[in-house]
Ligand binder design. Structure first.
Ligand code: SF4
Length: 383
């Protein structure tokens, strides 16, 4: 989903830190892409809350399922996208597509204008892919042949959304096939299901997430393909070595502070933040840091990342705590407010605490705490 101001070429940051210019699937605001049909079983656009259009500060176009390859004037759109990024920072221009609607002719157009193609692939087995995309098996087979052709001619990457009962257990085979086909990278993402999804699918269990993490780690070493698990799959112990150091620096930063500081986070990162607070408080023999783990009531289901937290859910959680200052995740307010339009000032007023926007990375937290300890508090918007 993209911000309220409809930018149809945006900077895209991948899970491994790779930055590209992305042509948004919804197309330009005055010439949008027609909605995808049929919609995939796991599509986010079919599981949004009923008041999403009024409540969320995202472009209306991004609330509809769309794939730019279905745009009737695809070549004009890509030509314009290229012109737009020409004067900006030099980064590869890319498109994320499921390939639904892709034909030989349309692939030629993509190859002429783009530097990178990112396929929302689901599986290298046409039957498995079709079970999720609701294409015919023949059609899925043709799309997969086009993916192979793309990999011969252009930088081609894939992302695979894992859905138990459909494509989860075949992940090792999928990754090996992508390596054989010459793709450079595959990002692996567990399916996100809100409480409004139409049923028949379930999220991954903790054991399945751990298995996926192991498969990604092992095949990343074994294959030329870069296998990138999304952040929500990272097991807690991966943060332990860094956590020890960050906790020591945080303790130094807040020593003697007579304020209680809440670290706001989503459920996905909650255990890491809880452990960090425990370590700092144990070192100080005082209760200075408080984990504020916010359950995403608005979307529900397994939506646990900080990026989709609403201000209303954050206020509810903060009201139940006794913090003086709340540090909110930068990613939660990157649109200039929370995704429901609630600003950090509104959170501060309604939860009766100061609000500070946190750093981009956990290792920069001690610096933010030092600024709070030196008397610099107050609402800040992300820069
Ligand atoms: S291709 Fe993407 S946007 Fe279109 S229906 Fe499938 S998941 Fe939704």
């Amino acid at each position: 989903m993209s911000g309220r101001k409809t930018e149809w070429v945006t900077k895209h940051l991948d899970y491994d830190g790779e930055v590209t210019w992305l042509v948004e699937s919804h197309g330009p605001p005055d010439d949008p892409t027609p909605p995808c049909r049929p919609t995939c079983r796991h599509c986010y656009a079919t599981q949004l809350p009923p008041d999403a259009r009024e409540r969320l500060v995202v472009s209306e176009l991004s609330l509809y399922p769309s794939d730019l390859v279905n745009h009737p004037r695809l070549e004009d759109v890509l030509r314009r996208a290229r012109e737009l990024v020409e004067s900006r920072r030099p980064l590869p221009l890319k498109l994320i597509t499921s390939g639904k609607g892709l034909t030989e002719r349309r692939l030629e157009v993509l190859l002429r204008h783009l530097d990178q193609l990112d396929f929302h692939l689901m599986s290298t087995d046409p039957r498995e892919r079709a079970s999720l995309t609701r294409e015919s098996v023949d059609r899925a087979e043709r799309v997969l042949a086009l993916v192979r052709r793309s990999a011969e001619e252009i930088d081609t990457v894939a992302n695979v959304v894992l859905v138990p009962g459909h494509n989860l257990r075949s992940l090792p085979r999928t990754l090996r096939d992508l390596d054989d086909w010459g793709l450079r990278k595959c990002v692996v993402i567990p399916v996100g299901l809100t409480r409004y999804h139409r049923g028949g699918l379930r999220p991954l269990t903790r054991e399945e997430e751990r298995w996926v993490w192991e498969v990604c780690r092992r095949l990343d070493e074994e294959l030329d393909l870069d296998v990138v698990p999304c952040d929500s799959l990272l097991p807690e112990e991966r943060f332990r070595p860094e956590l020890e150091r960050v906790a020591r620096e945080c303790a130094r930063a807040v020593e003697g502070l007579e304020l209680r500081v809440g670290l706001v986070t989503g459920e996905a990162f909650g255990p890491v933040i809880r452990e960090l607070c425990e370590r700092v408080n144990a070192e100080l023999e005082d209760r200075v840091l408080e984990p504020v783990i916010v359950r995403n009531r608005y979307f529900g289901g397994n939506i646990r990342c900080a990026g989709l937290l609403t201000g209303r859910d954050v206020i509810r959680e903060l009201k139940g705590s006794d913090v003086d200052v709340a540090i909110v995740p930068r990613i939660s307010v990157e649109l200039g407010s929370f995704i429901d339009g609630v600003t950090t000032w509104e959170v501060a007023a309604r939860a009766d605490c100061e609000v500070v926007v946190g750093p981009e990375r956990l290792e920069e937290l001690p610096e933010t705490l030092s600024r709070i300890a030196s008397g610099w508090v107050g609402c800040t918007q992300p820069s």
